[in-house]
Design a protein around this ligand. Structure first.
Ligand code: ZN
Ligand code: ZN
Length: 336
């Protein structure tokens, strides 16, 4: 299947954590964490419309200024999501600069911020360049089953995990089902391609009943043709359904049985998992003190959830020169 997105680490394993999911055909990207993002080319940063921050330790949030600086003046704003206290922290970041010139910008750059409270309620606020990024409250909302973003082609869910007495959010990017058209079967039925196929797919996605009539209209040299066919028949004859991919991002979590249980549920059906592997098992006491996963624990979590592919990251700089050891430990636990 032709993948419609790229998911990749922002930095190498010893650099700041972060993953960019680039939805190339939509000219849009989402970013998990915003530490040092200077390695990303401007054209990619400009596509970021949704930013998800696991927690606000500096290595996960310090690059927000860089992102804002690059994107300011762009006509689409940015939506940012984070854990409890996130909106106030964003507000303070924005308040640290002088904004007397942005009023002259042609476009109003709007940051919409959402924070997930401990009760599952989502508080929201916005910051607009036109008003020098003063905080404006927005009505709150809920995140049923952790659902933060529901767009036409994908969803993003979250779950809070324990990290040194604070929550760290894990994220799941879930692509919608791909609906493809069997061109050869269309030909066999003597049907043309055209805008009607888009309409058919939209109706199928919306769950329209099988007896919904679909009008196919086309012109040839012989004149114009009209045909009405029931949606159900077209669905079974010319459409192919391919399940979307699930990509998860897990970082800065303590190795507790509760986190492991939560992750086993949250990661079910994951095609690609990005997971922190900060320490080696030989330093597990240190990992415990810092509330991070060892490579072995990360591998065991990946195995428990039967993920199809996994990429470890966020290696401690103490293992510079021993990258292969960390990877090895992770792989061994994952495939055990
Ligand atoms: Zn970190
Ligand atoms: Zn942290």
């Amino acid at each position: 299947m032709r993948p419609i997105f790229d998911a990749a680490l922002v930095n190498r394993v010893f650099g700041d954590p972060g993953v960019l999911i680039d939805l190339r055909f939509e000219r849009r990207a989402i970013l998990f964490d915003v530490g040092d993002v200077t390695s990303l080319p401007t054209r990619k940063l400009l596509r970021v419309e949704d930013l998800f921050v696991s927690h606000t330790h500096m290595d996960h949030f310090a690059g927000f200024d860089h992102l804002l600086r690059v994107c300011l003046g762009r006509d689409t704003g940015v939506r940012a999501y984070g854990p409890e206290g996130f909106i106030a922290q964003l507000e303070h970041k924005l308040a640290a600069y002088t904004w007397n010139l942005v009023e002259n910008y042609e476009t109003d750059f709007v940051i919409t911020a959402s924070e997930l409270g401990p009760d599952g309620h989502v508080e929201r606020a916005q910051f607009r360049s036109r008003t020098a990024f003063r905080r404006e409250e927005l009505p709150g909302t809920e995140a049923p089953e952790g659902l933060l973003l529901d767009s036409a082609s994908f969803r993003v869910r979250t779950v809070p995990l324990e990290h040194h007495g604070i929550p760290s959010l894990a994220f799941a990017f879930e692509e919608g089902i791909h609906i493809n058209v069997w061109k050869n079967r269309l030909q066999e039925l003597g049907l043309p391609t055209g805008p009607w196929l888009t309409e058919l797919k939209q109706k199928v996605r919306a769950g329209a009943p099988d007896d919904t009539p679909i009008k196919v209209h086309w012109r040839t040299r012989e004149g114009s043709h009209d045909e009405r066919m029931p949606l159900g028949e077209l669905k079974s004859k010319v459409l192919e359904f391919v399940p979307g991919q699930k990509v998860c991002y897990v970082t800065d979590v303590a190795d507790t049985s509760r986190n492991r249980e939560t992750l086993a549920r949250f990661l079910r059906g994951t095609d690609l998992l990005f997971i922190e592997a900060v320490f080696l098992d030989e330093d597990r006491e240190h990992a415990e003190r810092k509330a991070h996963l060892t490579a072995r624990a990360a591998g065991e979590i990946a195995r428990a959830a039967s993920v199809r592919a996994a990429i470890p990251f966020h290696f401690s700089p103490r293992y510079l020169g021993r990258e292969a050891d960390v990877r090895h430990e992770f792989e061994r636990a994952w495939h055990a």
